[in-house]
Write a protein that binds this ligand. Structure first.
Ligand SMILES: Cc1cc2nc3c(=O)[nH]c(=O)nc-3n(C[C@H](O)[C@H](O)[C@H](O)COP(=O)(O)O)c2cc1C
Length: 460
């Protein structure tokens, strides 16, 4: 029997801290004004997308002691934006990235349960552990947690929020014409959760929301991160958007589900993906090159170079060869914040690879940086892009994609106007929403109650 055709899931990422949004393009709009979020979200909903996605950047990047001025700088608070968007959309899921390192379970559970109520069941939480001590300086905790403790805390954090969400069954608030509103169960909302990371008890004050719990996303990529996702997430936001890397990642994480008693279709793999659409494949290829050059200006090329070389290189000529000196090995002193995670484990080896590549293809420093810092996932005419997306999903390289347009907020429109109809014609993407909640869009069941207000014996 042939394999059933998979339905594709699509989401739209409103970008935050990054240098891939081409804000220098005259078509680019504000990244802070509400109108940009509204336009972006409404376009995604017009395209029948599953959800809108917000990443989280809690500190601006710095390089050489200065704010990394080629970035799109910052973004308003996630919950505030998503709650406002809930009011101007009807069906679109609303996914917020919120870290488990600097927050508290009670507060995060309240916020997501509230968002789920306000949006009638469209809330999702991308649980990240967050990277660095530099971000941590913003918070009471200071610094950050070592990697193994971050995931321990994340597991515990998530289990604690489940205890809170499940402290209400959903049938306790009763309306009676004589008695008014009353609680049928006086213990509603009572909870206790104790382990090495948390010691909390009390009463949760948001009744059970339409989805029971928000849909859970995960984004870390380490072995520990993948286990965390296999055990507890409904979807993964991954960085593996190509056929080979995608299939490898897909098989790896889906292969981890059985030991948690879970089925393949209970965890969706949704890589981030960029696209450049043209009238023809050739036109798209030319456009894609222009976009890459806009993303890696001469100044940005030098900043990237400094991140690997871990030394100041402001006098280096971006149109000349790579530096003759080697990178400084050791703690990165140049980049702080999310730029520092690009750091490579063996900078000398990477520099040598870059040199070999530059020499083989006769590339300048900037051209080399354009090559090694990524390219668009989908480049071509609408037909070519629809075909590639469908092929990747049917080949189990993913279950769909989280699209990141390079122009905000209107960069999504051409995709919705030209690619979505072709996916619909192929019968692999919905022509209208069938359900109202995000769980329904994603084909996920409502979570079962884990026990009413019971202590969860989490070990993490
Ligand atoms: C695709 C992807 C997206 C991520 N997005 C965010 C984010 O928006 N905010 C954040 O603080 N961390 C983000 N993270 C970082 C993770 O939370 C985690 O801190 C980091 O990847 C280190 O964990 P790991 O070793 O398991 O990968 C992201 C990671 C990946 C792989």
């Amino acid at each position: 029997m042939s394999k059933p055709v998979k339905q594709i899931h699509l989401a739209a990422h409103f970008p935050g801290v990054n240098n891939t949004t081409v804000w220098s393009d005259p078509k680019s709009g504000s990244h802070i004004e509400f109108d940009s979020f509204v336009r972006f979200a409404q376009t995604a909903e017009r395209g029948k997308f599953d959800f809108l996605f917000l990443a989280e950047g809690l500190r601006l990047r710095e390089q050489g002691g200065q704010i990394y001025d080629l970035d799109v700088v910052g973004r308003p608070d996630t919950f505030t934006v998503l709650a406002a968007l809930a009011a101007v959309t009807d069906r679109l899921g609303l996914t917020g990235t919120i870290n488990s390192t600097f927050n508290e379970p009670y507060e995060v559970a309240r916020q997501f349960a509230s968002l789920d109520h306000l949006s009638d069941g469209r809330a999702a939480w991308n649980v990240v552990t967050s990277w660095d001590a530099f971000t941590g300086e913003n918070f009471r905790r200071g610094g950050f947690l070592p990697e193994n403790q971050r995931y321990e805390r994340a597991e515990s954090f998530l289990a604690a929020t489940h205890t809170l969400f499940d402290s209400w069954h959903g049938d306790e608030v009763v309306a009676d014409k004589d008695r008014g509103m009353f609680l049928s169960d006086p213990a509603a909302g009572e909870f206790a959760y104790r382990n090495d990371h948390f010691d909390i008890s009390g009463r949760f004050n948001v009744p059970r929301s339409p989805q029971g719990r928000p849909v859970i996303f995960q984004a870390g990529d380490s072995d520990r991160g993948r286990e965390f996702a296999a055990a507890a997430a409904d979807a993964i936001f991954s960085r593996y958007g190509t056929l080979e890397d995608g299939q490898k990642f897909y098989a790896d994480v889906k292969g981890r589900l059985a030991k948690y008693g879970r089925r393949h279709d209970q965890l969706l793999i949704l890589p981030a993906a960029t696209f450049v659409l043209g009238d023809t494949d050739d036109e798209a290829a030319d456009l894609a090159h222009e976009v890459r050059l806009a993303q890696v200006s001469p100044a940005t090329a030098i900043k990237f170079l400094e991140q690997l070389w871990n030394r100041e290189l402001s006098d280096h000529d971006p149109d000349g060869p790579l530096p003759a000196v080697d990178p400084v090995v050791g703690e990165n002193t140049i980049a702080k914040g999310r730029a520092s995670v690009r750091m490579h484990r063996d900078p000398i080896a990477v520099a040598n690879e870059w040199r070999a590549k530059a020499e083989a293809h006769n590339l300048t420093t900037r051209e080399l940086i354009v090559e090694v810092t990524g390219r668009q996932n989908f480049v071509g005419s609408a037909a070519t892009i629809a075909e590639s997306i469908d092929h990747l999903v049917q080949s189990d390289a993913s279950d769909g994609f989280i699209l990141v347009p390079h122009v905000t907020p209107d960069g999504l429109d051409p995709f919705v106007d030209r690619v979505v109809p072709l996916l619909q014609e192929r019968g692999v993407f919905r022509t209208d929403y069938e359900g109202t909640t995000l769980r329904e869009h994603l084909g996920l069941a409502l979570p079962e109650l884990s026990g009413h207000g019971e202590h969860t014996a989490a070990t993490g």
